[in-house]
Design a protein. Sequence first.
Length: 609
Amino acid sequence: MPNAAAIAVVMRLGELKTLMLWSKSLLWTDLRVFGKEKGWCPYYLARHMVQFANVVVYSYQYLLDPKVAGIISKEMQKESVVVFDEAHNIDNVCIEALSVSVRRQTIEGARRNLTRMRQEIDKFKATDAGRLRAEYNRLVEGLALRGDLSATDAWLANPALPDDILKEAVPGNIRRAEHFIHVLRRLVQYLEGRLDTENVEKESPVSFVVSILNHAGIDQKSLKFCYDRLHSLMMTLEITDTDEFLHIQTICDFATLVGTYARGFSIIIEPFDERMPHIPDPVLQLCCHDASLAIKPVFERFQSVVITSGTLSPIDLYPRLLNFNPVVSRSFTMSLTRDCICPMVLTRGSDQLPVSTKFDMRSDLGVVRNYGRLLLEMASVVPDGIVCFFVSYSYMDGIVNTWNENGILKEIMQHKLVFIETQDVVETTLALDNYRKACDCGRGAIFFSVARGKVAEGIDFDRHYGRLVIMFGVPFQYTLSKILLARLEYLRDTFQIKEGDFLTFDALRQAAQCVGRVIRSKADYGMMIFADKRYSRHDKRSKLPSWILSHLHDAHLNLSTDMALHIAREFLRKMAQPYDKTGGTGKKTLLSQEDLQKMVISGMDDMMF
């Protein structure tokens, strides 16, 4: 638990210059140990250092999620250069930051939170009524909820809200703490009633707000102030354990968003997941469809914003999704000293039958058998590690079970050990650790993973950990999802992006992200197999990044398993030969250990005052 008094120690003027000097060396110092030595809270120490650091590295959410940005990122200056690295999924991150889901567990937890808050209010009335009265007076005077802040500071505290809203006075019916709790109880009761449905319902924010007004008596203005009003009340009641009150915060977050935005959102209520209709699990989802809403404050606030990724392709679609005009837009090829990448498009098996995860083909035994024979043949000739990506967990489970039943899996395991990613983080971490051990000892291994999973986004299979990656199929999203269909409709009507274009773009960027796990440096090498006949089509293949397309020769298109096996042998034989790391140009492209040491020493000299 962060110590609130520790920040006061850090803020003392006598310690400020010392803190700035120390911040230069904390790159090599554990903050927890350092804070213990000085008697300072490491959490608040790190937060305070943000305004003095030259480089700050953190997750997208610290800038895009308004609930977090108001706490962490408000100290950033306008002249700061913001770099979104690995930004191929930035539109999805923006949408998730402004989307809220309410389930029965949320309703039950919110009721417990309100009961607890009511008890705290009664205690304050008996012991410190002046604090509640001061908060009420501040709200009556129309001052910002976080104290006597300027309008600009208030906007920085909650950048998701337009600045004109923050200048409005808090509605009278939620100024008093007990009245605000009563309003929230009515809202929770209304949402619980909406969850009691047997049919899928879709509604716009405008009609949903009208329904709340008619059935719960809560107007739009009260809704859009709910989140800030809750924050003010929690500060007044000195509630520091915010994790305990996550449920009521979710309700207020939902209320503020639905009361603020009339466009770019949908309310979708589903009684169960279509893929598991036998399990009742009602959910009310406020779905954001417009990624530009979350990133717009970043564009307006900062002078320079850079969006970059190795799989940012096609690059011209991102300005449309994020609704901005780029000043500079560039796509660069990889600077390599040799042809160390070997992408291939496999369209059929050794029996010449086509392979694909297309819905009408994915369950075909011939496709499943050909996929298994492909992996078996590659496992017999490719050394070290092989990584396989499937389009979904359900498809991976089904195809692996079939391989096990017909004996293919047993044949594969005679060549290499097999490890599988699951939805359990601990199990997956253990599987990855054992996979690396198998590769280190020379036995080699195969890792089964899923596109859009944790492994596809954050794990590197460099060097001998990944000499081949196979992408089984095209990883399209679940196209019957009500949320996805609503977003596709919005993109078509607002940005004139066709449904098929977006689905293909999204699937190909995920495929590129998967196969890119195998190449992590200039000295590395590896093969990529796109195992689906649809990759042979130009409209699909052209959306791959240029650094893959530049190595995808015509002779590597429309391959059978036998042809891919021959190309793999030739490529591995070529990579096994000694090579000139300068590429024959005399110009060094790889840093030596001495070069790295010089850079570290030079960097330390630059950091000295």
